[in-house]
Design a protein around this ligand. Sequence first.
Ligand SMILES: *Cc1c(COP(=O)(O)O)cnc(C)c1O
Length: 374
Amino acid sequence: MDRVMPIYVTQPGMPPMEEFTALLKQIWESKILTNNGPFHQQFEKELADYLGVKYISLFANGTLALITALQTLRITGEVITTPYSFVATTHALWWNNIKPVFADIESDYFNLDPEKVEAAITPQTTAILPVHVYGNPCKMERFQKIAKTHNLKLIFDAAQAFGVKINENSVLNFGDLSILSFHATKVFNTFEGGAIVCHDQKMKERIDLLKNFGYAGETTVIEPGINAKMNEIQAAFGLLQLKHVDQFVAQRKTITELYRTQLIDVPGISFFKDMPGVDQNYSYFPILIDAGAYGKTRDEVYNLLKQHNIYARRYFYPLITQFPTYKEILTANPKDLPFAEKITEQVLCLPIYPNLAKDEVILICELIRNNVRS
Ligand SMILES: *Cc1c(COP(=O)(O)O)cnc(C)c1O
């Protein structure tokens, strides 16, 4: 039986429209649309407070934040990163003429493996770029230690880790810089948007000038910057989203728990537990489908759901190293990513968003349960 309304993997949480039109009125009156306007300033301040970080610089999107973060630290040469991420992680290196070097992921939460990173360091290595995949913090202290020992910079792609804390401390307080994405598909959105988190005022000033063409005053351009500024409409929207994001995360948690109880006893299906000591953001609900035990492949489950108008997504498939664009890099590096290659064939992210109905979760789980080989 086909569902009339499609269920997508995600749907943005949004504030009530009246709240937004009230702020739009102010923008129409002030005629300040961008360039560090009043909403931009207020949002930077409130966001830093909310996240528990000292300095944050807002961006038009997460990819520009990542490209600019690499410029901020003047990264060159080789950077060690993960093949198991959204493709923008590696694209940002490419746009900076940096050679990505891929290391394998860990078996527990599919984050970059510090041991494999250490083994991949060469004299050309200048930085490490791990990703908090699905918002699960990677081994930050291990990476900090490796970075210190080998004199490397450490940038975290925290695009999926909005609001995530470990022992009450934001994951954004680790490493040299972290970047966030506020894209419509993320836990916290400003339509499009992003940010760099840093730890001192001088660094923030450098980031702020790099995102504004390199201007350090009316007539002074210090170096070739880019235009990556967040505008006033995005910032106003972000201010409203801050009032609602805790509720969005709570709703996502309820959905996660329902999925877990519904799928716990299905042979061949596995999923994450909460990480101890971590405030999760429940940004995704990935499951692994072991075709041997379940009796059907991941792609068969993906297609079955699709036939019912339910659009799960294979995050992350293919691996970044499997895209034709990065083939040359693949041949240049020993291909030693067995774990990433295994997970990419098994993973499926099920729909999760604040307004996803309980009935819909149960329907998805029934389809998965009834599809199992009996
Ligand atoms: C979403 C995402 C990005 C890109 O962010 P945009 O705001 O879409 O440019 C980068 N890295 C990861 C891991 C992401 O999930």
